[in-house]
Design a protein around this ligand. Structure first.
Ligand SMILES: Cc1cc2nc3c(=O)[nH]c(=O)nc-3n(C[C@H](O)[C@H](O)[C@H](O)COP(=O)(O)OP(=O)(O)OC[C@H]3O[C@@H](n4cnc5c(N)ncnc54)[C@H](O)[C@@H]3O)c2cc1C
Ligand SMILES: NC(=O)c1ccc[n+]([C@@H]2O[C@H](COP(=O)([O-])OP(=O)(O)OC[C@H]3O[C@@H](n4cnc5c(N)ncnc54)[C@H](OP(=O)(O)O)[C@@H]3O)[C@@H](O)[C@H]2O)c1
Ligand SMILES: Cc1cc2nc3c(=O)[nH]c(=O)nc-3n(C[C@H](O)[C@H](O)[C@H](O)COP(=O)(O)O)c2cc1C
Length: 579
């Protein structure tokens, strides 16, 4: 089944969407009307499950619920971490919305449910009617894999697919809205009360959102690492005064960057363009120089551009890698090479300006975990950003957004921003419970916010931070603040791991293991365990260390320790913000 795309046929306006997002922000489980499975007052109940890491799927789930309600349905919105697999056999109508994380993996809150669903002995679901919406990013090899896996698995378990799965790329809003607009009427079965969301009470808190980012002012740009450090991490303060926007500790701020003007010039030169050639972009004619600066990803080469370069250059090595389908080899080949490197490497290729633009992806925002508490700083947002700078293929390379903030934006320019709430990654409501935070490198960002939040709330619960980076002398960022919080008693413990201060690397997980008995004791006291930073190495190693600590100090078998960790995840006491 194809999704008809009707321009302008969106289920509700941006204003309504903004209000709804605000309305739903902060809720873990959103039951729009209290209802059990089956029907209430003859209205049909539909379950809406979301799998999410950074909140996009949650927002879509809430949008779907609002439209369902407007159609006279009774939607129950839940995180996948909130239910057992057995609950699916009691459901009749299910909308499942999930993102994909890691390398084709489930987002954290969907993993346990998926483990049950994919088990060999998972019970069949003959009564279930379902539709899947997958969120992802086609820049990743396993595009929308988690949604694909759920769709296939539910079908294999005998559930009826109501509507073909839709896989959404980074600009997910429009396909998601179209999916909602197509699926809900199928469920409404003619019992629709009204297909229009009542906006009479939905006064918008803010006009600004992903589609209409707030043009903010950068108030501060400060180097956190020492000038002599091997890395550059900066502290930013961005004013949101007058925007009507608000945020909570744990949320992320998305920054919409523009490209480096020197890189734009170098690319224009490489393709033999002058820059003033007029090209259509999103239905509007503009000079190609402007288009490359503001509309296209010009650093990371798209898959389409790589394939075309391989074709036109006839290069044996690149063609060999593409033909082999070996993704590992391809990522090794591309490591450190950007679009300009490829253009310079194969200079005999000729692209017309229009051809070249057609091979580029739209320039995307970048997310940053907010390092301030919205209660302590209602008018500004703090970020802690590592500037991506490296030299390869005889050129200096710069990360698009981190160096846009570092080098391009100043107090006179606008920086377009919007929030993505992360409703799972939150300071515990109970101010007396202990909090353990593991955040090496820029992973410290949300924990600076958490500490401000605990201070603001005058929370009595203990706080323990594991922080680390390369060298203590140059990379102990926020040192004075942290020491002051230790002195005041807010920060009960801080354990530091500076990896390059000695011959053998020492990482945060080594410090966790050294203090395993106490860490386990904090968990036994009802402690929360948060992790932020690198997803691919650090978060996996920290996960293993946590399991080992629970097994050792809780005298548990690996199975019992795994169950303990699973319980922490289910109760949202073990949550990660990893990237
Ligand atoms: C939810 C979330 C929260 C985040 N929070 C933070 C945060 O608090 N702070 C923070 O700093 N970042 C954070 N990030 C990462 C951030 O979004 C960006 O990915 C990061 O700033 C890099 O973006 P960029 O545009 O500067 O670089 P890009 O232009 O995207 O370039 C990055 C790419 O450059 C290449 N590259 C990088 N280093 C090298 C190297 N040494 N050699 C060769 N190639 C290299 C890699 O291909 C890499 O993917 C977060 C990400 C997510 C998803
Ligand atoms: N997936 C991603 O794309 C991703 C993830 C994280 C960060 N980044 C980017 O990388 C840049 C710098 O990031 P950052 O400052 O957060 O961190 P970072 O510089 O990558 O690392 C911070 C600290 O973590 C240590 N570390 C390395 N491997 C580890 C492991 N397996 N377990 C525990 N600790 C480990 C590092 O040690 P050594 O370096 O000495 O080994 C360093 O001391 C930023 O641009 C950021 O956005 C990208
Ligand atoms: C670290 C990281 C890994 C990701 N891995 C994948 C992937 O393997 N496949 C994919 O299609 N999308 C991947 N994505 C993109 C997300 O699925 C996409 O951004 C989605 O909109 C996030 O939705 P959420 O906020 O509900 O989690 C990844 C994103 C990040 C930050």
């Amino acid at each position: 089944m194809n999704i008809p795309y009707i321009p302008g046929n969106t289920p509700f306006s941006e204003t309504q969407r903004a209000w709804l997002s605000g309305f739903f922000a902060g809720m873990h489980s959103h039951i729009l009307q209290s209802a059990g499975s089956g029907t209430t007052n003859n209205a049909r109940t539909i379950n809406i499950l979301y799998g999410t890491q950074t909140g996009n799927s949650t927002a879509v789930a809430n949008d779907a619920a609002a439209v369902a309600k407007a159609h006279g349905l009774v939607p129950i919105v839940q995180s996948m971490s909130e239910i057992e697999f057995s609950a699916l056999s009691k459901m009749q109508y299910l909308l499942l919305i999930t993102s994909t994380y890691g390398e084709g993996e489930m987002p954290d809150n969907a993993q346990l449910l998926w483990d049950s669903a994919s088990a060999e002995d998972a019970p069949s679901l003959p009564e279930l009617n379902y539709a899947v919406l997958a969120l992802g990013d086609s820049g990743y090899d396993q595009f929308c894999q988690a949604g694909i896996d759920w769709d296939n698995r539910l079908a294999a378990l005998g559930a009826q697919r109501l509507y073909d799965r839709v896989d959404c790329d980074v600009d997910f809003e429009e396909p998601a809205e179209n999916w909602i607009a197509s699926v809900i009427p199928l469920l409404a079965d003619g019992s629709s009360a009204s297909a229009v969301v009542d906006s009479s009470t939905s006064a918008s808190k803010s006009l600004y959102n992903r589609k209409n980012p707030f043009p903010a002012k950068l108030q501060a740009n400060r180097l956190l690492t020492a000038a002599s450090s091997s890395k550059e991490t900066r502290h930013y303060e961005i004013s949101i005064a007058g925007s009507g926007l608000s945020y909570e500790a744990g949320d992320a701020l998305c920054v919409v960057p523009t490209n480096c003007p020197e890189l734009v010039d170098a690319i224009l030169k490489a393709i033999g363009a002058k820059g003033d050639e007029q090209e259509p972009v999103n239905g509007e004619l503009m000079p190609v120089k402007e288009a490359l600066r503001t509309h296209f990803e010009i650093k990371q080469p798209s898959k389409e551009l790589i394939a075309e370069i391989a074709k036109r250059s006839g290069d044996q090595e690149l063609n060999g890698i593409l033909l082999s389908g070996d993704k590992e080899q391809l990522s090794q080949y591309l490591w450190g090479r950007d679009t300009l490197d490829l253009l310079l490497q194969f200079q005999h290729m000729e692209f017309s300006v229009a051809e070249f633009l057609s091979l580029l992806k739209p320039l995307q925002h970048r997310a940053y975990s907010i390092s301030s508490s919205g209660k302590a700083y209602p008018d500004s947002v703090h970020l802690t950003v590592a500037s991506v700078r490296y030299n390869s293929y005889d050129r200096d390379h710069k990360g698009v957004c981190s160096t846009y903030l570092a080098d391009i934006v100043d107090e006179n320019s606008e920086v377009k921003v919007f929030f993505t709430p992360n409703t799972s990654f939150r300071v515990p409501d109970d101010n007396d419970l202990p909090v353990i935070m593991v955040g090496p490198g820029t992973g410290i960002a949300p924990f600076r916010a958490f500490l401000q939040e605990r201070e603001f709330r005058q929370a009595k619960g203990k706080n323990w931070l594991f922080f680390g980076d390369r060298n203590a002398a140059t990379d102990y960022i926020y040192r004075e603040e942290l020491e002051a919080k230790q002195a005041s008693g807010l920060l009960t413990r801080i354990d530091l791991a500076f990896s390059r201060d000695q011959a053998e690397k020492i990482y945060v997980q080594d410090r966790m293991r050294e203090h395993g008995a106490e860490l386990y004791a904090w968990l036994e006291q009802g402690g929360y365990f948060f992790v932020c930073g690198d997803a691919y190495y650090m978060a996996k190693d920290v996960d293993q260390a946590l399991l080992d600590i629970i097994a050792k100090h809780g005298n548990k078998s690996i199975e019992q320790a795994t169950e303990y960790v699973n319980q922490l995840k289910k109760t949202k006491r073990y949550v990660r913000d990893v990237y």
